[in-house]
Design a protein around this ligand. Sequence first.
Ligand code: URA
Length: 274
Amino acid sequence: MQDLPSDRDALQALLDFHVEAGVDLALDETPHNRFAEPKPEPAQAKAPALKASPASAPSPPRALPKAAASAPEEVAGMAREQARQAQSLEELEAILAGFDGCALKFSAKNLAFADGNPEGRVMLVGEAPGADEDRIGKPFMGRSGQLLDRMLATIGLDRSQVYVANIVPWRPPGNRTPTPQEIAICKPFIARQIELASPEFLLCLGGPAAQNLLGIKDGILRTRGRWFGYKTEDGREVKALPTLHPAYLLRQPLQKRLGWRDFQALRRALDGRE
Ligand code: URA
């Protein structure tokens, strides 16, 4: 780091510039030229059978491999093929951890694959990890997650009874919305994750999760609170309910009553009353 300005104001201005540009997390002490030609990597090891420990072993930043720079359709095809190979959630997590097709992996600190109980009757799917989730390596760990936990508690549920994931498992830099290409590349993995977890009910948290999983075009305020059918590749249908994302509810607290209604609908469905 030889070229840093020495006076305090200039350093502060440089830091402010980075924060405004979305660089709000230090990944490494030294900069990396990610446009440099990647070194050929050794053939990928077969996915380990045991659950990887994403939070304890963050991968060091690497040059962007070829896969992440290939055409999105080609990468989505590779993702589909690899996701299909997983016969358990542990295998899927290990395959995803070794998948180099999504460039978000190389700016993220950790893979935030899932939290909660995969045996639960309910699976909740959000958009993408934020800073807290990226640091810890699990979905919904920050303020949105705390609100989500309070909402679950109103219907007698907690994370030991539900399974939580995101449509994109790596944090987009600066918490930007994932691009359609990033979502398309990650979609086979979340689709397989739903299929393997095989929940009875799927709660889609926010517009991107609802639109991408249920193929609906309307915005979340029009679709929330209505039951849809989510079809798995193996032909099962899961009852799916789009609802407002907790991050939106933190910004628009008056809308919490709509979220509350949706959670009540889920409670009724769980009790066989809907
Ligand atoms: N928002 C999401 O959509 N997912 C998380 O894991 C955290 C915040």
